[in-house]
Design a protein around this ligand. Sequence first.
Ligand code: G1P
Ligand code: ZN
Length: 544
Amino acid sequence: MTVQVIATKPFEGQIPGTSGLRKQVSVFKKPHYLENFVQSIFDSLRGKDGKTLVLGGDGRYHNAEAIQVILRMAAANGFAKVMVGQNGILSTPAASCVIRKHKAFGGIILSASHNPGGPDGDFGIKYNTTNGGPAPEHMTKAFHVRSTEIDSYRILDGGSVDLGTLGTSQLGGMAVDVVDPVADYAELMESLFDFPRIRELVSGGKLTLCFDAMHAVTGPYARDILVNRLGAPESALLNATPLPDFGGGHPDPNLAHAQELVAIMQGPDAPDFGAASDGDGDRNMILGRDFFVTPSDSLAVLAANASLIPGYKDGIAGVARSMPTSMAADRVAAELGVPCFETPTGWKFFGNLLDAGKATLCGEESFGTSSGHVREKDGLWAVLMWLNVLAARGESVADIVRAHWRRFGRNYYSRHDYEEIDSQAGADLIQNLRDTVPGLAGKMLGAYRVRAGDDFTYRDPVDDTRSHNQGIRVLFEDGSRIVFRLSGTGTKGATLRVYLERFESDPTKQDMDPQDALADLIAIAEEVAQIRERTGRDAPTVIT
Ligand code: G1P
Ligand code: ZN
């Protein structure tokens, strides 16, 4: 096998978004498209020669083919070893775990997260650094810059690896280690949680559960952990066989897309606990019987109860949440006497805080929760954290959350998405807000007085870098907020996200439907952003 240097030309738009480069499969299948971007990553990395790379993906359509290409490119670009998940599988949090545990140089994860898969679906690629976390902005920008000037890539002229068989083989001069995608991750989970106590409840049926893997990557992880290690019956798993097209579904764990689970969780005979995870296993949705836990509340409840969990019994250093995530966690942090950091949307912004030991728990409103055990959000970790809290407290999900509201107050919260709107209309809408919201300060909108309006800028307290234009905020004097931003993960047109939040301290008013509780703010958002007029839409496509 020899190294070939293949001439190529740049592709437009190889720009990593909120979480890596995400495009339709048809784009990734264009000759040289994947290779150009992988070479752009490799060219931007300093000191990779002789090092180890971790490689795996969420098993979606095109995963296996792309893995073989990347293996041949890694061998031609000086890596000494690649650790690849068996059958090309590694969930995003498991990849982070493997990078950290084996002190790899970095990793490539093939995933478009919760976006649909299959020949007409999406594909994606992201690079994670030595700390196991997503490449920071200065690196993703470098990948893009390199992609605009690339004129060749390096690849072995042949050879492939049997991804089905565990063990080490050679590809050119490089070692390829096919590893069990679950083992290291499951071991890490076992070190954080009280498995014997959870097992006692789950295996004896005292606590019944249902986990929906949505035909995506977490099936094998859930079987190993929930069934084999914790003794849940196999019937507790739903859609646990990973499929390249996710069974035609949209593997996004929310009330809109995980309807099968939502239906199971209703009624007196429903399980005590329900959960789902997304395409690559980093998101989670938590349900009780007839009860939905918003991701923002989940972060706050887990922070308030962390000291009950073995892995966090000595307390947490701090909490971090993305800016649009509700401020419920801030109240817990204040009571615990630890800082709460507000970062831009996207997990990459948590990395520095976790590395510096400033935060222990992190979360996003978009069904992402995790801790310093890895540098990614982690769906099954959140499930186990909840199971451990349930085991330690002996109360139902709904009772725990309602007690939390009584103690800390309730942050009514909702996100309205307008998907696939015209890209220019979306950009114009945001620009108009950027121009006008600062001028709203002091004015009344409905019953709410505006305290300030801006476009969020983040200053990283660890390395002092700034990230501008991270979301338009309309902040009201009573602490309510409306946030507007465009998605950085969509692949068709633009997606407008509108985040709405209102705080309610009165326990007698904490049981409303959030859409009713937020009705005034929803109307104000429509008016301020001129959504109907600018997008032609009179209702959101997805409400979470
Ligand atoms: C979305 C979520 C964001 C999350 C990202 C990756 O990004 O809003 O919180 O980190 O997916 O899962 P967006 O499409 O809003 O840019
Ligand atoms: Zn994901």
